[in-house]
Design a protein around this ligand. Structure first.
Ligand code: LFR
Length: 492
C-alpha cells in the first residue's frame, strides 16, 4: 500500500503526517509535530525557516524510520503570502518576514497609486490586504536586499527547493501573492512591473497542483532513507489543501478554521466584480481548476492571543476556555471579529473590550465570557460572509463544512449551525494534511478527480453533524444585532 508523506506548516505549529491509502480509505498518523516560533529581530518579525527546515527534515526521517516500505512521495503545504528571496548563489538573502510585521503600514495606498483597485482585482482576483505578498514587496522598495535577490520563492517552494534542488510554484500558493493572473494562472508580469517589483525574480511557470518537483537529494537533511523520494507540488497553500479535503457531497459553503477563518464557496470561475472586491472576497486558486471564493477572517487568532495574554495569571487549555465559554451566557457582547486592528499582535483582551465598548456592548468580565463573545461573533461573521458569497456568486450552499482546528470546537460548530440555520458538518481537523496526502495519491494516478478525493475523506473520516437548534429566535435576533453593528462600522 502506498505511503505518502505530508509536511503541513501552520503559523503556530508544523507537522509531518504519514498517509497510507488502501484504494478506499486513507489512514493518517502524525510522525512529528513542532512549534513554529517567529523571531522578533531588530528589523522586524521574521520566520525561523532554518529551524522549520530542520524540524520538517527530522519529521520526514521519523515518518519512514522503522519501516522497510519506501515512501511513494512527499508534499509540502504552508500558510500563504510569505516568501523568500534567494541570491544568484541560491542562498537566502534574508530571513523571510512574517505577514504580521508592521513594515507594511500605509503601503496599500502605494500599491493602489500604481495599479488601480478595480484593475488589480480584475487581474489577480485578490483584494488589497496588508499581508499580501504584493504589499510586502512594495514595502521593500529601495532595500538593497531586492538588488541582491535573483529569485522569489513562496515558502512551500523554498522548502521543496532545499529538499530537491528544484524550483516549482503551484497555482494555489501563487494565488495568495496578488501577483498571479487569476484567469490565466501565470505570474502577472504587467502587475509586477507596474508595482515596481523586479520581474527577474519570477522565474518559471506556475504549475498546477500535482506537478512533480523532483527527487529528494541524497545529501539532504532528511537522511538517506528519503533519498530519491519524489516531492510533489501539492496544493502548496494550506487553505487549498484543506478545501480539497472537505468531505462534501452536496453544494457547500465552508469555513477553514484555524489561526484564520477562511469562509466561502468553491466556484468554477472567479467573481471579479467591483461588489466582490468591495466585500473583501479573494478568488484563490484551488485544485482541479476550481476557485476558492473566500474572505480572510481574523479567526481563532483572537482566542490564541487572548489565551497567551491570560497565560501567566490564569493558565488554561483551549478545552478549558471553551468549556467556560459554553457555561457563559450567550450572545451578550458581539463585535466584528474582522476589525483590522485585530490583525496585529498586542493586548487582545483589551482590544476586544475596546471593540465591545465602541459597539455599546457589555464588556466581557472574565475569560469564559470573553471566549463566548469571540465564538458568538465568529459564528455571526461566518453567516454574514456565507450569505455575501452566495449573493455575489449566485450560488447557494446547502450545508456548511467546518474543517481545521475549529472543527474540534463543538461550541463554535453548534453556534455556527444555530446562527446560519444550516446543518454544519465538522471535520477533519487535520484537513490540510489530508488534502496534501490525497493530492499526492491523485498525482500518482490512484484517484481520478476532486469528487473521488472527497469520497475518500467521507469514507475515512466521516464528519460530525451539528443540526441548528429547533428554536432559533435568540440566534436570529443576535444576528440582527450583529448585522447592525458591522454595517454601522466601515471595516467591511
Ligand atoms: C491560513 C492562511 C490563509 C492566509 C493566511 C496568511 O493558514 O494560509 O489562507 O491568508 O494563512 O498567510
Amino acid at each position: 500500500m502506498p505511503v505518502y508523506l505530508a509536511v503541513d506548516l501552520g503559523a503556530e505549529s508544523g507537522r509531518v503526517v504519514r498517509g497510507t491509502f488502501d484504494g478506499e480509505r486513507l489512514t493518517v498518523d502524525e510522525a512529528h509535530r513542532f512549534a513554529n516560533r517567529p523571531m522578533a529581530l531588530p528589523d522586524g518579525l521574521h520566520w525561523d525557516v532554518s529551524t522549520l527546515f530542520a524540524e520538517l527534515s527530522a519529521g520526514l526521517a521519523a515518518a519512514v524510520s522503522g519501516t522497510a516500505e519506501r515512501a511513494a512521495s512527499a508534499g509540502i503545504d504552508a500558510w500563504g503570502n510569505d516568501f523568500a528571496l534567494l541570491g544568484a548563489d541560491d542562498g537566502l538573502v534574508c530571513d523571510p518576514w512574517h505577514y504580521r510585521d508592521r513594515r507594511t503600514d500605509g503601503v496599500t495606498a502605494r500599491v493602489l497609486a500604481r495599479v488601480g483597485a478595480a484593475e488589480l482585482y480584475r487581474t489577480t482576483g485578490t483584494p488589497l490586504l496588508p499581508i499580501n505578498t504584493a504589499t510586502q514587496l512594495v514595502a521593500m522598495e529601495g532595500s538593497p536586499l531586492l538588488d541582491e535577490a535573483d529569485r522569489f520563492a513562496m515558502l512551500p517552494d523554498l522548502f521543496a527547493f532545499w529538499l530537491t534542488g528544484e524550483h516549482v510554484t503551484d497555482h494555489t500558493i501563487a494565488s495568495t501573492s496578488q501577483l498571479m493572473d487569476v484567469t490565466a494562472r501565470t505570474w502577472s508580469l504587467g502587475v509586477i512591473e507596474r508595482l515596481g517589483v523586479p520581474a527577474r525574480l519570477f522565474k518559471g511557470d506556475v504549475a498546477p497542483p500535482g506537478t512533480p518537483i523532483g527527487p529528494i537529494g541524497a545529501a539532504g537533511a532528511a537522511g538517506a532513507a528519503l533519498a530519491g523520494v519524489p516531492v510533489i507540488a501539492v496544493a502548496g497553500h494550506d487553505t487549498a489543501s484543506a478545501v480539497a479535503a472537505i468531505p462534501a457531497a452536496a453544494p457547500f459553503g465552508y469555513v477553514s478554521s484555524g489561526t484564520w477563518s477562511l469562509v466561502g464557496l468553491e466556484l468554477p470561475e472567479p467573481v471579479l466584480t467591483d461588489e466582490a472586491r468591495a466585500a473583501g472576497f479573494s478568488n484563490e486558486a484551488g485544485v482541479a481548476g476550481t476557485v476558492r471564493f473566500l474572505r480572510n477572517g481574523i479567526g481563532l487568532w483572537l482566542l490564541q492571543r487572548c489565551r497567551a495574554a491570560w497565560q501567566r495569571a490564569a493558565p488554561a487549555s483551549y478545552g478549558e476556555l471553551t468549556a467556560a465559554a459554553a457555561r457563559a451566557p450567550g450572545f451578550r457582547a458581539l463585535f466584528d471579529p474582522d476589525d483590522p486592528t485585530f490583525l496585529w499582535d498586542g493586548d487582545m483582551p483589551a482590544r476586544i473590550a475596546e471593540a465591545c465598548r465602541a459597539g455599546a456592548q457589555p464588556v466581557p468580565a472574565d475569560p469564559g465570557a470573553m471566549v463566548r463573545s469571540i465564538l458568538d461573533s465568529l459564528a455571526c461573521k461566518y453567516r454574514w460572509t456565507l450569505e455575501r458569497a452566495e449573493a455575489l456568486s449566485g450560488r447557494t450552499a446547502q450545508v456548511v463544512h467546518i474543517v481545521g482546528g475549529g472543527a474540534a470546537n463543538a461550541v463554535l460548530c453548534q453556534l455556527t449551525a444555530d446562527v446560519t440555520g444550516r446543518p454544519v458538518l465538522a471535520g477533519p481537523v487535520e484537513a490540510t494534511a489530508v488534502g496534501n496526502l490525497l493530492v499526492q495519491a491523485w498525482a500518482a494516478g490512484e484517484l481520478g478527480s476532486l469528487p473521488d478525493l472527497r469520497a475518500v475523506v467521507r469514507r475515512s473520516m466521516p464528519p460530525r453533524l451539528f443540526e441548528p437548534c429547533p428554536d432559533r429566535d435568540e440566534a436570529e435576533s443576535a444576528y440582527g444585532r450583529f448585522l447592525a453593528l458591522v454595517e454601522s462600522c466601515d471595516t467591511n
